[in-house]
Ligand binder design. Structure first.
Ligand code: PLP
Length: 374
């Protein structure tokens, strides 16, 4: 079985690599002397980790973060040997040799993992690099203050290991006035001082907007690279990087009071023109997100329930030029990921990461080798 030709795809996700690179550059510039990494976990938030990582490396990014070793292996194939790839969710037991072989940077979260790396260094007779994640107040992942105190008291706990990075993650960075931010910053400084000197990393996307005290040596944005607003309290400084389009598979003219879709959850208030599009909840569109599609700037609202593979639009007031086979837009300038998240009662991150495998992804505007088009 061969894949259907893209021109026959039901829906497209177009990913603008130039916009992602521009977003990375904007954050880099803001960071001054600190470096800017890229968080490409969950397949770069659904946008394609290989293409995104490769584009960002061309632009100068040298550090990538993923959640899992398998994700790291995929990114490793897309970037050069000199770029670092850190695996945030730690090392599964016994995976140490695999990490070394694939040149993946382990992020050590527990004293048990630290012991496993010490043992692996002793076994292999090599000094191994590790990153240490500190729990400074999110209570999710990382070494505790008691752990860093015991390392300070007993340096043998780091025998055979070189600490390449010390990192922590902010729980409340998207709320600049939240007291948790200053508390985590303070805890990070305190815990870091108990460890051997090493580059430090604290800020995620929103953390980059909390001020220079949060920059340290390396920032780790994910969401903002993909166009999600890192400053929800203000206008979005990032460029949008995705467009979702779906094909109109059928147009029909119906009389007033015609039931539409499952359960006849809606019916036409007047004689109507309906357009059925090839996109549904199996493509990651949230079933409860009632929104609209856009055709040449005209808004075509959803009518009735979202199905697995289709959505019915009310095209009565839309352009007469709309034809079966045309593409309409669902993530576009008129309707952002934030609008869909609001309609679904969730956050932008979840909308992006759930966009389905069935969408035909196409990456446009890859940066030129010399950065001429970046
Ligand atoms: C996901 C994640 C990030 C990126 O966060 P954004 O809010 O998407 O910028 C950074 N650091 C860690 C530890 C993460 O888990």
């Amino acid at each position: 079985m061969t894949a259907a030709a893209p021109r026959h795809a039901g829906a497209f996700l177009t990913i603008d690599l130039k916009a992602i690179v521009a977003n990375w550059r904007l954050l880099s510039a803001r960071l001054g002397g600190a470096a800017c990494a890229a968080v490409v976990k969950a397949d770069a938030y659904g946008l394609g980790a290989a293409a995104v990582s490769s584009a960002l490396e061309t632009a100068g990014c040298r550090a990538f973060f993923v959640a899992l070793p398998e994700e790291g292996a995929k990114v490793r194939q897309a970037v050069s040997d000199w770029s670092r790839i850190f695996v945030l969710n730690g090392t599964p037991q016994g995976a140490e040799a695999d990490f070394v072989a694939r040149s993946l940077g382990p992020v050590v979260n527990t004293m048990g993992e630290l012991a496993a790396w010490r043992a692996h260094a002793a076994r292999s007779g090599r000094r191994l690099t590790v990153a240490l994640q500190l729990d400074t107040g999110m209570s999710r992942l990382g070494l505790t203050p008691a752990d860093t105190a015991s390392i300070a008291a007993d340096p043998v706990l780091l025998e055979g290991l070189a600490v390449e990075l010390v990192l922590s993650h902010l729980a409340c960075a998207d709320e600049p006035d939240h007291p948790g931010n200053a508390a985590q910053l303070e805890a990070f400084r305190r815990m870091r001082a108990e460890l051997p000197p090493a580059p430090a990393s604290l800020a995620n996307s929103s953390g980059i907007f909390l001020g220079a005290a949060y920059y340290f040596d390396l920032a780790r944005p994910g969401a903002a690279l993909y166009g999600i607003n890192p400053t929800p309290w203000a206008a979005n400084p990032m460029r949008s990087a995705v467009r979702l389009s779906a094909r109109v598979v059928q147009l029909r003219d119906v009389s007033a009071d015609t039931g539409v879709g499952y359960g006849h959850a809606a019916s036409t208030p007047r004689p109507s023109r309906l357009a059925t599009i090839s996109l549904g909840y199996a493509d990651g569109w949230p079933r409860n997100a009632m929104a609209a599609a856009f055709f040449r700037g005209a808004r075509l609202p959803f009518l009735g329930r979202v199905s697995m593979d289709s959505i019915v639009l009310d095209a009565t007031d839309g352009p007469a030029a709309l034809r079966e086979g045309d593409l309409v837009d669902l993530i576009c300038l008129e309707q952002g990921v934030d609008d869909i998240a609001r309609a679904a009662g969730t956050i932008d991150y979840e909308i992006l990461t759930r966009l389905g495998r069935r969408l035909h992804r196409r990456h446009i505007n890859p940066p030129g080798r010399l950065g001429l088009t970046g």
